[in-house]
Design a protein around this ligand. Sequence first.
Ligand code: FE2
Length: 329
Amino acid sequence: MRGGEIICLGIESTAHTFGVGIVDSSGAILANELDTYRPLSGGIHPREAAQHHATVAHTVLERALRHAGIGFENVDVVAFSYGPGLGPCLRTGATLGRALALKLVRPLVAVNHGVAHIEVGKLLTGFRDPVALYVAGGNTLVTTLHEGRYRVLGETLDIAAGNCLDAFGIKAGIGPMPEPENRARSGKRLYSMPINVKGMDVSFSGILTAAEKLVEGGVPVEDVALSVTEAVYAMLTEVLERAVALTMKREVLLVGGLARSRRLQEMVEEMVKIHGAEFKPIPDQYLGDNGAMIAWTGLKMYQHGQLTTIEQSIVKPKLRIDETEVLWH
Ligand code: FE2
């Protein structure tokens, strides 16, 4: 505790990022430190990423405490992300979480990573009941709270939107996001793409294949990047629009690493206006994976008695967003 506020330390390690965040019960984010694994080539290698997390864990933890200006004795609750994510990465964060909870004799909370993205978004925007699009390298879904859970209104039927753009960038030799979006800015010609939207579900593998064919056929990479990003963002905006129309909710959130895209933000902003709803972008550092979102959600869960024992604190790589009861709404 400090100044009468409960303090929660949250650990994030689902994929590339190892993060430690510290928040207090007034909603103040006291620290949000992270270190990101960057593969030398290609996509993420789960064991290499986990090795990275294990190597940087102690320094990230120390930096977070120093930045928050607290010691271990001030930490009241320890939270960690238990899924969804890559098994080896999740286990590294969970191990640190358990060790800290045992050593400090503090309660442990297992946090759903997807729920945490949205909860920190609500904290930062002041939104109470938004429709959210969660878009990242490994996740694409449209969700909103209904009867105590974030329900999946729509999702990708194959690869995630971020994965589609990353894979295109890597195959085209320009590198993952944000490179495709950077190159798209100097694109001049739009090529037709296989848009695949079914209700509120989307499919991106056709776009990836089409983009690869265009690159192989000698089309300038800037034009392909423009065509791919426009198609992917248009599909995402379309499913989000359907969700807004269906739920008639007035607040719209974009969360996840791909939500940093200014072009996607622009399209969503325009769509939201038509529906008389409100969109507020979240600062970039809280859009990608981070420890603050785990700490904030862990604190809410702690306040509603949603604790885990060490024995039950098993990671769940395939955890779905609707598996967590939201008691704090
Ligand atoms: Fe994420």
